[in-house]
Design a protein around this ligand. Structure first.
Ligand code: FE
Ligand code: ZN
Ligand code: FE
Length: 170
């Protein structure tokens, strides 16, 4: 697809993030299942539900543009999820694995925050206030998910991982 106009760039990036969100809907349950901390499991499961809603929001934006919702393989998300899977294949202390899951999940959230920030800016430039509103709702969820992960890491999970390492060395 040619990128001659901002409208085309907007559509192109919508397709990318639509595919990215759908990849995440498949990947988040695995991450949640691998987490030991109940709070981390809960946060990942909550964000799975939100992610499903984000897919629906993107479909509304496509329809508002008279486009059939269609994704375009997001290689960035594919790579981030691939790295997440590598963590799940590792043996190790569950507390350290939890810290690693948070790190992987935060990379995903930051990637999405960048994508939605750009999409919102394009929607505004293009005068598409409906898309801007929907994208902002999703962006707020991504930012909140990221903050929850930071709170969990700082609120005990990283500390538990340090303790697990000390235990391992005894
Ligand atoms: Fe998302
Ligand atoms: Zn992408
Ligand atoms: Fe997200």
């Amino acid at each position: 697809m040619a990128l001659d106009t901002m409208q085309e760039l907007f559509l192109n990036e919508l397709k990318d993030v639509y595919n990215a969100e759908k990849q995440l809907v498949r990947a988040l349950p695995r991450l949640a299942k691998a987490a030991q901390s109940p709070q981390l499991q809960k946060a990942l499961t909550k964000h799975l539900r939100e992610t499903e809603g984000q897919v629906t929001r993107l479909e509304r934006i496509f329809r508002g543009l008279d486009q059939t919702p269609r994704g375009k393989k997001c290689k960035g998300m594919e790579g981030l999820i691939e790295e997440g899977k590598e963590i799940l294949e590792e043996e190790g202390a569950p507390e350290v694995i939890d810290a690693a899951i948070i790190s992987a999940a935060q990379r995903v959230e930051h990637y999405e925050i960048a994508a939605y920030g750009c999409l919102r800016a394009y929607a505004q430039l293009l005068g598409n206030s409906e898309a801007d509103r929907l994208l902002q709702e999703t962006l707020a969820e991504e930012e909140a998910a990221d903050e929850t992960l930071t709170t969990l890491a700082e609120g005990g999970i990283n500390q538990a991982a340090v303790a697990a390492g000390a235990r391992d060395e005894e």
